[in-house]
Design a protein around this ligand. Sequence first.
Ligand SMILES: Nc1ncnc2c1ncn2[C@@H]1O[C@H](COP(=O)(O)OP(=O)(O)OP(=O)(O)O)[C@@H](O)[C@H]1O
Ligand SMILES: Cc1cn([C@H]2C[C@H](O)[C@@H](COP(=O)(O)O)O2)c(=O)[nH]c1=O
Length: 228
Amino acid sequence: MNVAPGLFISFEGIDGAGKSTHIAALADAFKAQGRAVTLSREPGGTPLAEKLRTLILNDVMDPLTEALLIFAARRDHLTTVIAPALARGDVVLCDRFTDATFAYQGGGRGFDLEVLSKLELWAQAAQGLGRDFVHELGRKGAAPAIVQPDLTVWFDLAPEEAAQRLAGARVPDKFEIQPVEFFRRVARGYADRMAQDPARFARIDAARARENVWHAVYQVFAEKGWLP
Ligand SMILES: Nc1ncnc2c1ncn2[C@@H]1O[C@H](COP(=O)(O)OP(=O)(O)OP(=O)(O)O)[C@@H](O)[C@H]1O
Ligand SMILES: Cc1cn([C@H]2C[C@H](O)[C@@H](COP(=O)(O)O)O2)c(=O)[nH]c1=O
């Protein structure tokens, strides 16, 4: 049995909010404590889910098709990467997870939140993820019916500033070309998700200089006793 239980941490925010900048540094900080780290992202994280990512980020499709592909990619990611890593006792650092679906598809696109909630129940059902994984979940308390991150770090940044940070940085995908108003709705989607489960979230004011954001992020992990 692993000494420390697995930790599942997701990072969220609108495009350009600064998540990726800090995830690699957190991975190093956990490794320095002797923890095994699994770094991943959504949509993606497995060969199948990365193929779906290419479709999701580039092809025009109706909102239900988009939601179904996102949750299909998530189930594959969960069964083949996340659950086995947590069962081994790894720290899983995931660039986006289901809150992004509620924020982008629910908030940004205005897709039916009840349908998303049903898909969440199906795709993230702990049942079927293996005995080792369920045992590992149980070490942290009563095993929940669905898998959710232990902590979600939300990088909150005004859409205008995020757009400025991304300007000219890379070829924009189908989401990144959306107008500022889309990202305002995405941000409201994140705020609504946080209001529904505040204990799971840490909101970071991402408008500050990089080192100040890093300090705030690190502080969250230190306060939980996960980093010194
Ligand atoms: N605090 C900061 N101040 C100014 N620029 C920043 C800050 N943090 C990150 N950046 C820059 O902003 C851009 C976007 O950062 P990053 O790629 O980390 O965002 P992201 O949230 O991962 O975006 P995406 O989800 O779209 O990949 C990068 O060019 C990065 O160097
Ligand atoms: C998980 C997830 C992601 N998206 C969107 C959000 C971003 O625009 C892209 C992913 O790009 P990144 O550079 O890796 O951040 O996909 C979404 O719309 N719904 C989701 O569930």
